[in-house]
Design a protein around this ligand. Structure first.
Ligand SMILES: Nc1ncnc2c1ncn2[C@@H]1O[C@H](COP(=O)(O)OP(=O)(O)O)[C@@H](O)[C@H]1O
Ligand SMILES: [Mg+2]
Length: 192
């Protein structure tokens, strides 16, 4: 059965995210261009790894389904409690709160530490890829765009495996440091 998607939440450069037409707890991501469909499967393939290493910082990815906009990836919709309204992107949250609160800073630090610890090379830390979910009087940081994961575990030949991880690490650290700079925050010692 084809899902008929109507209401878009937001879109990035690669995908658009829609409300699931039948289930208020889910959303559906579709690629804006067909050639990017393979990226949808990638998030499902990495789901288990993410759940194990990044736990509460990521959403669950379920399955691929046909939709009126092509292949769709089903994922958890991030909403605030108890209001049940869509959680804000960091970008919109900052328009209201102006800076990243200590409560969120702590979660960012832990999130980045996990990326380094588990060698999950991501480079896309923009303000649209993080959501700030209100859970009563607590905040939860959620990274909703995991399509760009690079892993080096398939590089098992020559000495590349010794070189590439170092480069990947250096590159990601640079992006993390840039994130702190953009937000006018000092880089925590554990991430230097
Ligand atoms: N699970 C989700 N819950 C709520 N909104 C989401 C969710 N996933 C993505 N979005 C929204 O959709 C936008 C686009 O999704 P994203 O996966 O970042 O697309 P792209 O690959 O084009 O960057 C995000 O910036 C975010 O605002
Ligand atoms: Mg994105």
């Amino acid at each position: 059965m084809t899902l008929i998607l109507k209401n878009m939440i937001h879109h990035g450069r690669v995908r658009a995210c829609y409300y699931h037409p039948d289930n208020p707890q889910l959303c559906v991501k579709v690629a804006l261009q067909k050639k990017h469909n393979k990226l949808l499967q990638k998030e499902i393939d990495n789901n288990e790894l993410f759940q194990k290493t990044l736990s509460s910082y990521v959403t669950r990815y379920y399955e691929l389904v046909p939709t009126n906009y092509g292949l769709g990836l089903i994922s958890d919709l991030i909403t605030d409690t108890p209001t049940n309204t869509l959680s804000l992107r960091l970008r919109d949250w900052l328009k209201i709160h102006k800076s990243i609160s200590p409560e969120l800073q702590e979660q960012f630090q832990d999130f980045f530490k996990r990326l380094l610890k588990y060698k999950l090379w991501f480079y896309d830390f923009n303000n649209e890829n993080f959501l700030v979910q209100k859970q009563g009087d607590k905040l939860r940081l959620v990274f909703v765009d995991t399509k760009s994961l690079n892993r080096n575990n398939s590089w098992s030949f020559f000495k590349l495996e010794y070189i590439i991880p170092t480069l990947a690490k250096i590159r990601m650290k640079r992006r993390i440091h840039r994130f702190y700079k953009v937000h006018h925050l000092g880089v925590p010692n554990s991430l230097k």
